[in-house]
Design a protein around this ligand. Structure first.
Ligand SMILES: *Cc1c(COP(=O)(O)O)cnc(C)c1O
Length: 389
C-alpha cells in the first residue's frame, strides 16, 4: 500500500470537486452485499452503490462477462452493428410487452433527458408535467423535472415548459395535463423524495389522463428498476403500459449505463435526433446481459418482494418510539424518523451497516437483492439499537 488511509482522505479532500458530503470511510472492496474498508472491516451495504448494486458487488458472472467482452472490443459507436448490443437491446425490450426499441446511454439523468426529448419530438408539444417531491437527475433538463429547491436553487433559469403537481393527487394532475402536454413524468416509488410509493389509482389514472389528452407517460425506473421493488420494473405492480421507460443505476451492475425503452405510441425516431458517443458500448451491454441472467436465474425480484415485506413488517411491528412510519416496496425501504437521520447513519456505520438518507428524516435502505436473511437480521438489530438509543 502506497497511501495510508489518512493520505487518501486528504487527497480527496483537496482534489475532489467538493460537491459530495463525504463519509469517514475508505472503501476498497466489495462482494455480494458486503463492503470492506482498507483495514478489512466489513459492512453490510444498504447503500447498494446508491441503488446500482441490485445483483451484488463483484458478481463472478458479471466480472466474467465484462472480461470476455473487454478483450474483444471496448467501444463501438452505434453507427456500427455489434452482436453484444443487439442481444442486450432485444433482451431489454423483451422485458416489457409492447416495447419496440431501446435507446442506450450512460446514466440515469441521460435516460431522463432522452425520454423528455423523445416525448417532445413525438408529440410536437412542449409541456412536461412532473410531481412534487420527484427526483429525475441533475442535468438541466432532468433538473427541470426534479422538484426540490435544494437541487434547483442557483441554477435557474431552467428549461421552460415544466410544471409540478402534488404526487398521488389525480385531480391536480387532471388540471395540469392539457393539449400542450408532451408527457407526464413520474416515479412509481419516489426515491430521493423520501421513499413514497404511489397508489395504483393515481398511477393508472395518470396513464388514462395521458391517453385521453394525447400525452405520453414517461416512467422513471432509474431507482426502482431491475428487481428493486419486487417486480422487474415497479410499474408492473400496477399493470401500467408506459410509453417511455427511463432506466439506469442497477442496469449494468455498476458499469455506467442508462437506457430508455420506447413504446408503440412514440413516433419512429430519425437518424440524428439524439445520440451518445459511449451509448450502447459493448462492455456495458455485456454487463447488462449478465445482470438480466442473474435477476431472472436467481429470481431476485421475487426475493426482494419477500425479504423486503418481511423486514418492513418486522420493523413496523416493533412500534419504536423514534419511528414515525415504515414504507416502501420490495427492498426499497424508507424508515421515517421523528428526528434528523444524519447522526443515525453514522451510528449505523459504527455497527457495520451502511444506509442512505432520503431527505432529512428518512433512513433509506437499498441493499443488493442477494442480501441474506441473516444479514438483514443484523441490519434490523442495528436499526433497533440506533433507533432506541
Ligand atoms: C438516481 C436517479 C436519477 C439520476 O441518475 P444518475 O445516474 O445519478 O444521473 C434519475 N431518476 C431517479 C428516480 C433516480 O433515483
Amino acid at each position: 500500500m502506497m497511501e495510508t488511509m489518512l493520505d487518501i482522505k486528504a487527497l480527496e479532500g483537496q482534489y475532489s470537486s467538493g460537491i459530495y458530503a463525504k463519509r469517514d470511510l475508505v472503501i476498497t472492496r466489495g462482494s455480494g452485499a458486503l463492503l470492506y474498508d482498507e483495514q478489512g472491516s466489513e459492512y453490510i451495504d444498504c447503500v447498494g452503490g446508491q441503488g446500482t448494486a441490485n445483483v451484488g458487488h463483484c458478481q463472478p458472472t458479471v466480472i466474467a462477462a465484462i472480461q470476455e467482452q473487454i478483450q474483444k472490443l471496448m467501444i463501438c459507436p452505434e453507427m456500427f452493428h455489434n452482436p453484444t448490443r443487439a442481444q442486450f437491446q432485444a433482451r431489454l425490450c423483451g422485458l416489457v410487452p409492447g416495447m419496440q426499441r431501446a435507446y442506450l446511454c450512460n446514466s440515469g439523468t441521460e435516460a431522463v433527458e432522452a425520454a423528455i426529448k423523445f416525448a417532445r419530438y413525438s408529440t410536437g408539444r412542449p409541456g412536461i408535467v412532473a410531481a412534487m417531491r420527484g427526483f429525475h437527475g441533475r442535468t438541466l433538463g432532468s433538473l427541470s423535472a426534479t422538484w426540490n429547491k435544494k437541487y434547483r436553487d442557483g441554477f435557474e433559469p431552467l428549461v421552460p415548459g415544466f410544471s409540478h403537481v402534488p404526487y398521488d393527487n389525480l385531480e391536480k394532475l387532471q388540471e395540469a395535463v392539457n393539449d400542450s402536454t408532451a408527457a407526464v413524468l413520474l416515479e412509481v416509488v419516489q426515491g430521493e423524495g423520501g421513499v413514497y410509493p404511489g397508489s395504483a389509482e393515481f398511477l393508472q389514472g395518470a396513464q388514462e389522463i395521458c391517453r385521453q389528452r394525447g400525452a405520453l407517460l414517461i416512467i422513471d425506473e432509474v431507482q426502482t428498476g431491475f428487481g428493486r421493488t419486487g417486480q422487474m420494473f415497479a410499474f408492473q405492480h400496477h399493470g401500467l403500459q408506459p410509453d417511455l421507460v427511463a432506466m439506469g443505476k442497477s442496469i449494468a451492475a455498476g458499469i455506467p449505463m442508462g437506457a430508455v425503452l420506447l413504446g408503440e405510441r412514440v413516433t419512429q425516431l430519425s437518424p440524428g435526433v439524439h445520440g451518445s458517443t459511449f451509448g450502447g458500448n459493448p462492455v456495458a451491454c455485456a454487463a447488462g446481459l449478465a445482470v438480466l441472467d442473474l435477476l431472472e436465474g436467481q429470481q431476485l425480484p421475487q426475493r426482494a418482494a419477500r425479504l423486503g415485506k418481511a423486514l418492513m413488517d418486522e420493523i413496523a411491528a416493533l412500534n419504536l418510539p423514534a419511528v414515525r412510519e415504515v414504507r416502501g416496496k420490495g427492498l426499497m425501504i424508507g424508515i421515517e424518523t421523528r428526528g434528523k437521520v444524519a447522526g443515525l447513519l453514522g451510528a449505523l456505520a459504527e455497527k457495520g451497516v451502511l444506509a442512505l438518507p432520503a431527505g432529512l428524516t428518512v433512513i433509506r435502505l437499498l441493499p443488493p437483492l442477494v442480501i441474506s436473511g441473516e444479514q438483514l437480521q443484523t441490519v434490523k438489530q442495528a436499526l433497533i439499537e440506533v433507533l432506541s438509543a
